[in-house]
Design a protein around this ligand. Structure first.
Ligand code: PLP
Length: 406
């Protein structure tokens, strides 16, 4: 009488009934993963070149990562930032090893890393203005940028589809043309505190900053006492074959935001700031309850361990060459569909002649998961340990799908 009725509800029905509708999800329920492979609830396998949007850097369930997270979960999971614990200091040390002298602040996502970076810019401006708020606070960013969905980052994201309905935004953002140094310089005035760019724009179709542009921004920032902020939430952590994408340009920024790949699937974000900028945060300036927990840092340390032991930066650089060439041949063979390729290591954008949606669906049906980017780009984000064979397999699936479209 009192026992509740047993109701078997499908995952799709549960989502439809109970989960907010802010995502256009693919009709696919994933239940298991291993390396670059994932399986759905019907037992179909897929080559996962979404990596959960550049997150699962080691693929799914890498044994070293699983063991590290299991061990830490049984030892100490969370203590807040009221106290120290060994993993946070060690992770900061290792990130500084890649970025240069400075300090690290830990948070939980890319958007949060961007907010922290924007707050550092505001403090830099206030310092320039002799400690007064509201005098020097502007940030010059790039058209087509993406800096997350919170108010600061969203205000730095000049895209109608992201800002619509949420105005008024945070004031003080202006936008230059990517790779046009003059357009940035022209927007700098006495109220400007910082320049903010993604080293490679990931959400608007894989648009890299040129090395000359980054070097020019560095000079501009030095001349006008501005912080150079780079958002490497997507392009950082080895995806381009360097730990930070900006290393390719030989430029040292003042602040780097990172997140996605850092935890290998565990949510963690961070900002690195050079020695001078790092001093802007003092006790009370900024904080977050969850930032840099023992468990999150153990996950990130495991990612760095594997990245180093398995020499994944060199691997990405090495195997990308043949992969990019093979993708290039597709654009020669199917010019009506595939109009351009923008590729940096394992961050690849295939510019299509139209909406990528139907292509993504067809690829999925053939066993390849990819992500859209911008209006007409298919984005391929293999895990950093994807093999040459898996990369070649992705090209074969793309070839089959493009051939079928005629
Ligand atoms: C994904 C992304 C963000 C936002 O990160 P979330 O973890 O989704 O909040 C910010 N900047 C860039 C460049 C990104 O790719």
């Amino acid at each position: 009488m009192n026992s509740p009725a047993i109701v078997r509800t499908s995952t799709a029905e549960l989502y439809d009934a109970h989960v907010m509708k802010n995502y256009a999800r693919a009709a696919l329920t994933l239940v298991r993963g291993r390396g670059a492979q994932v399986w759905d609830d019907a037992g179909n396998g897929y080559l996962d070149f979404t990596s959960g949007i550049a997150v699962s850097a080691l693929g799914h369930c890498h044994p070293h990562w699983v063991a590290a997270v299991q061990r830490q979960a049984a030892e100490l999971i969370h203590v807040s930032n009221l106290f120290r614990h060994p993993n946070q200091g060690e992770l900061a040390r290792r990130l500084i090893g890649y970025a240069g002298p400075g300090r690290v602040f830990f948070c939980n996502s890319g958007a949060e890393a961007d907010e922290g970076m924007i707050k550092l810019a505001r403090l830099h401006g206030a310092k320039k203005a002799g400690g007064e708020d509201g005098k020097c606070f502007k940030i010059v960013g790039a058209k087509n940028a993406f800096h997350g969905r919170m108010f600061g980052g969203m205000s730095a994201t000049p895209q109608e589809k992201i800002q619509k309905g949420f105005r008024p935004l945070v004031p003080g953002f202006a936008f230059g043309e990517l790779n046009n140094l003059e357009s940035f310089a022209a927007l700098v005035d006495d109220q400007t505190a910082a320049i903010l760019v993604e080293t490679i724009q990931g959400e608007s179709g894989i648009n890299p900053c040129t090395p000359e542009f980054l070097r020019g921004l560095r000079r501009l920032c030095d001349d006008r006492d501005l912080l150079l902020l780079v958002d490497e939430v997507q392009c950082g952590l080895g995806r381009t074959g360097k730990f930070y994408a900006i290393e390719h340009a030989g430029v040292r920024p003042d602040v780097i935001a990172m997140a996605k790949g850092l935890g290998g699937g565990f949510p963690i974000g961070a900002i690195w700031a050079g020695t001078r900028a790092a001093e802007l945060f003092q006790p009370g300036s900024h904080g977050t309850t969850f930032g840099g927990t023992p468990l999150a840092c153990a996950a990130a340390l495991a990612v760095l361990d594997v990245l180093e032991r398995e020499q994944l930066l060199a691997h990405v650089t090495r195997v990308s060459v043949a992969w990019h060439e093979a993708l290039g041949r597709l654009s020669v063979d199917f010019p009506r569909h595939l109009t351009a390729i923008r590729a940096r290591g394992f961050l690849v954008g295939l510019q299509m002649s139209g909406d990528p949606g139907p292509y993504l669906g067809a690829l999925r049906d053939r066993g390849l998961l990819a992500v859209g980017s911008g209006n007409n780009v298919i984005r391929l984000l293999p895990p950093l340990n994807a093999t040459a064979g898996e990369l070649a397999q992705s090209v074969e699936i793309l070839r089959t799908v493009l051939a079928a479209k005629g």
